[in-house]
Design a protein around this ligand. Structure first.
Ligand code: DX5
Ligand code: ZN
Length: 217
């Protein structure tokens, strides 16, 4: 699968979101971090902002739900028009039902694992998942250092995905930058979220192209 870059607007200026989104028109996705101050110790934005963003851009939206009750909320993000909706293994109560509801509302289904959550227990769910997200920081904040300790899990996830036909995209999120993206790609990731590395750069669009080129090497 071709490399895809998903800039995280968590590191953007929330007062100028439409401009910040337009600045990365060369990105494949726009990563939107929804946090509820319960699943993670931070509070960001919710459905109304996602609905407005959907009107403001043609770039598909990749919603990462770091919330306590994804069973209740995930289908609404898919119905609103998000291209991808990711729920956390540590929070979801009925993963098969919720992943199926995301798909039947027309979005790609995403399933996320925190750094210390193993991938093996979820092997049988791979048929329900369009994208597996492996967190490479503890979720909650942008700008944290990349956790190399997750890389062996990226490799194991890539092998499991290959054994199941190779359809599932493998996303990494957290501390992905020009100095860490090659390690992630080499381990088998193909979708890369980057917040600080994109919005902290003088030219966010150039940063997207640079990250893509490094991951494709
Ligand atoms: C962290 C979020 C990330 C965050 C990544 O919980 O899920 O998407 O924005 O930011 P960077 O790339 O700065 O680590
Ligand atoms: Zn995220």
């Amino acid at each position: 699968m071709a490399v895809q870059i998903s800039p995280s607007i968590l590191s953007a200026d929330f007062a100028r979101l439409a401009e910040e989104v337009a600045a990365v028109g060369n990105a494949d996705w726009l990563h939107v971090d929804v946090m509820d101050n319960h699943f993670v110790p931070n509070l960001t934005l919710g459905l109304p902002v996602v609905e407005s963003l959907l009107k403001a851009t043609d770039t598909p939206i990749d919603c990462h739900l770091m919330i306590e009750d994804p069973d209740r909320w995930a289908p609404a993000y898919a119905e609103a028009g998000a291209g991808s909706v990711t729920i956390h293994a540590e929070a979801v109560k009925a993963p098969v039902r919720t992943l199926r509801q995301i798909r039947s509302a027309g979005a790609r289904s995403g399933f996320a694992l925190n750094p210390a959550t193993p991938v093996e227990p979820y092997e049988d769910l791979l048929g329900e998942i369009d994208m597996l997200l492996l967190m490479t920081v503890e979720p909650g904040f942008g700008g944290q250092p990349f956790l190399d300790v997750v890389l062996p899990k990226v490799r194991r996830a890539r092998s499991l995905i290959a054994a199941h036909g190779g359809q599932v995209w493998l996303q990494v999120d957290g501390g992905v930058s020009a100095s860490t993206i090659e390690r992630c790609a080499e381990a088998g990731a193909d979708v890369f979220v980057a917040g600080n590395a994109v919005y902290g750069a003088d030219d966010p669009a150039r940063a997207v192209d640079h990250l893509r080129a490094l991951a494709e090497k």
